[in-house]
Design a protein around this ligand. Sequence first.
Ligand SMILES: [Zn+2]
Ligand SMILES: [Zn+2]
Length: 263
Amino acid sequence: MVKFCSLFSGSSGNCLLFGTEKTKILIDAGLSRKAIFNALNRIDQRPEEIKGILLTHEHADHVKGVGILSRTLDIPVYATWGTWQGCMSSVGAVSDKNRVCIEANKTFEIDDLTILPYSIPHDANDPVGFCMMADNKKVVVATDLGKMTKSLLKVFEKSDLLFLESNHDVDMLMIGSYPPYLKQRILGDKGHLCNEVAAKTAAYMVKTGVTRVVLGHLSEKNNFKELAYITTANEMKKEGIVPGIDVTVEVADRYTVGCVYDL
Ligand SMILES: [Zn+2]
Ligand SMILES: [Zn+2]
């Protein structure tokens, strides 16, 4: 059986849990050690059982607690060379043995987990998403995406759970208080995925066999949970898909530990 849980998701910090009975890992650690340990305790997960941390990219909302977690638990951190370069100063010392360099589009293993880091369009050095397989189940983490591409859709196919970015509502962003350069950054090809594109992606993926979609990485200022959910649910209904029957759709919370999925 495979476990997946969103501990935190959003521009204020990201941290997800994935694993089997034997091997548990975190994907990103963009909060303090205390916040992450508390979240793990809430789902009866001992921090000492975490075997490693995968990093998607070097932005602070993904790496804030990585150095201290690696030092406290003495666990390896897996990141691309570009990500390591980008977060060198912010994560502090990580021992050589715990500093693992991974390559985009090259599969690797951690005990019984098989992990494919895949390139994503985002404004970081060498950012990746993760396609994680174990016990015949496939879970894909897909956040911080400036646009949707055919190769991304291919990675998402037939996943048992797709954790998909639904970052912002374009109208809320446009009329909101962000400065113009930031609006352009978010809307750009290396920014973040809007609700509409997430909705179309999610509806399309259900047709390829995806049965669970968790929407995540919501913007605090330019989105809210109900809007992200209804945008995806409406798009699915247009395609004849009934959320709750044909597919499970949930929205990850920014600060509260989400549902623990046993797949
Ligand atoms: Zn980012
Ligand atoms: Zn992010």
